[in-house]
Design a binder for this molecule. Structure first.
Ligand code: CA
Length: 223
């Protein structure tokens, strides 16, 4: 029986990925690394540390030091915070309301460490998420596509994997949720092909976040 829905943030609730992509590309170029926006979308879901280590491995053949991670992430955050405040994804508030009205728990599972963005969740979706119902980059040792963030989300919800579903927009996020044993609903809000989400193991791909309430209603009645 379904008891909880675990939501990714960037690209599912907030249309923040264009800003993240621009900020990562600028930060990488500032430290002499090459990076394209397409690569940012392919790596979407990783924590800042995870993304920086992949870049450092490619460019220097080694992991980044703690100081390098801190420096590069602070440059990325600086550029991200210069971007206009990202709008809420169309239909996100209605999606969260449909979950609450069905009597299910809403849990956030994000790789983000952008404090300003996390703080804005309360403004956009008042009363939906609290620190006790959020998993962020500050809570985990392993980032998506590792299952740890979603396993922690299940623990925070107090439910088993077969009592939850995940809503994700990124291939690595879908992989993480599937590795945690959770049925995963993908919404393709970015530039990657749908095949990237189905190959990652998505149980269903919805055309948009706006389609979620109808999907949930059908899913609950099929149980
Ligand atoms: Ca995402």
């Amino acid at each position: 029986m379904l008891k909880a829905v675990l939501f990714d943030m960037d690209g599912v609730l907030v249309d923040s990925m264009p800003g993240h992509a621009k900020a990562w590309v600028k930060a990488a170029h500032d430290v002499g690394f090459s990076l394209t926006e397409q690569e940012v979308y392919i790596n979407e879901g990783r924590t800042g540390d995870g993304t920086i280590n992949i870049l450092m491995q490619r460019e220097r053949g080694r992991d980044a030091t703690a100081d390098e991670v801190k420096e590069i992430y602070s440059i990325k955050s600086h550029y991200y915070n210069l971007e206009p405040e990202p709008p809420v994804i169309e239909g996100a508030a209605e999606m969260l309301r449909s979950v609450q009205e069905a009597g299910l728990k809403c849990i956030l599972v994000t790789g983000s460490g952008e404090k300003a963005q996390l703080a804005r969740l309360e403004k956009h979706f008042p009363g939906v998420f609290t620190r006790e119902t959020m998993v962020t980059s500050f809570d985990v040792c392993h980032c998506k596509p590792h299952p740890e963030p979603y396993l922690m989300g299940l623990r925070k919800a107090g439910v088993e994997a077969d009592e939850a579903i995940v809503v994700e927009n990124a291939p690595l996020g879908v992989q993480a949720a599937v590795a945690a044993g959770i049925f995963t609903v993908a919404v393709n809000t970015g530039p990657l092909p749908e095949s990237a989400l189905s190959e990652a193991g998505a149980g269903i791909i919805l055309p948009s976040v706006k389609a979620f309430p109808e999907f949930l209603n059908t899913f609950i009645h099929k149980q």
